[in-house]
Write a protein that binds this ligand. Sequence first.
Ligand code: HEC
Ligand code: HEC
Length: 281
Amino acid sequence: MRKLTGALLASAIAATPVMADPVDDTLILNEEITLVTRTEAPEHVADVLGEIISGWHFRGTETRAMQADDFDNPGMIFVEQAEEVWNTAEGSEGKSCASCHGASEDMAGVRPVYPKWNEAAGEVRTLEMQINDCRENQMGADKWKYTGGDMVNMTALIASVSRGMPVNVAIDGPAQSTWEAGKELYYTRTGQLEMACSSCHEANYGNMIRADHLSQGHINGFPTYRLKNTKLNAVHARFKGCVRDTRAETFSPGSPEFVALELYVASRGNGLAVEGPSVRN
Ligand code: HEC
Ligand code: HEC
């Protein structure tokens, strides 16, 4: 059993911490594909985690069941909405996503490798950055708000066609310095509570924090449909919420800091299946 460390952290975690093992269960999507939801940690985190475990294992029976069937997964309604947008021409060039990319299914394999280094732009790009680049420079359309409805729906569509494929972001070569910046942020204690991401998701996963069962904080399930706010939630919106919980100043969605953090957090889950849109509480 993992031990709580630090009085401040202990005070943030429920009065009597309770340890509950991640649920032993198998995620079979639509009775067809078995998703990898726990596997050996990738080499670059093997010193701190033996096994990487999807957040799915830390949720209740009903929540887990909802995600296993597309008819029960409320996130799939937004995927359908995005499918319409995918096929609708917009902007000065009179083009839709489909005009250049074909069917949305042709995006299979894209989600698992993002954030990804873009050679021409000389930057690490999240899926959101790439989509807005296409809107602005390929379609002549307005950018979408980084964590707005249109954007999160489109990322859900693009994730959905890669469900079952292993997350596999590159952390070396030109992406390495961004990855290192993200790692630094992951382990930096901030806020009145002096907590880092690692304080909760590495040192205390399995413990209960208030009514919540703490997971390892992976992002293979994003965007996630949360029962709490009944909508799809983007990765950077979740980061923002978690940083706020430590009573620290937070970075903005789409900021270089959150892009770097996303690359690092994604890499901790290299090997887990893409689940987006997942269902969480
Ligand atoms: C006029 C053609 C065009 C349109 C329209 C267009 N794109 Fe793109 N898209 C491209 C090109 C070209 C690239 C490769 C860009 C690069 O590598 O810098 C790309 C790359 C992408 C990628 C990354 C693929 C990968 O393998 O890394 C995604 C995701 C994407 N587009 C999504 C969209 C979405 C969503 C829309 C509609 C909102 C859209 N695109 C509209 C031309 C287009
Ligand atoms: C005070 C403890 C705490 C800290 C610190 C914290 N989180 Fe969280 N986080 C939570 C709780 C509670 C949840 C909801 C239960 C769960 O999935 O673990 C959560 C959920 C998440 C999830 C969603 C996981 C899923 O499967 O849907 C991600 C991703 C995440 N956190 C990332 C981070 C990152 C990155 C940081 C650092 C910036 C961070 N968290 C800091 C408590 C924390």
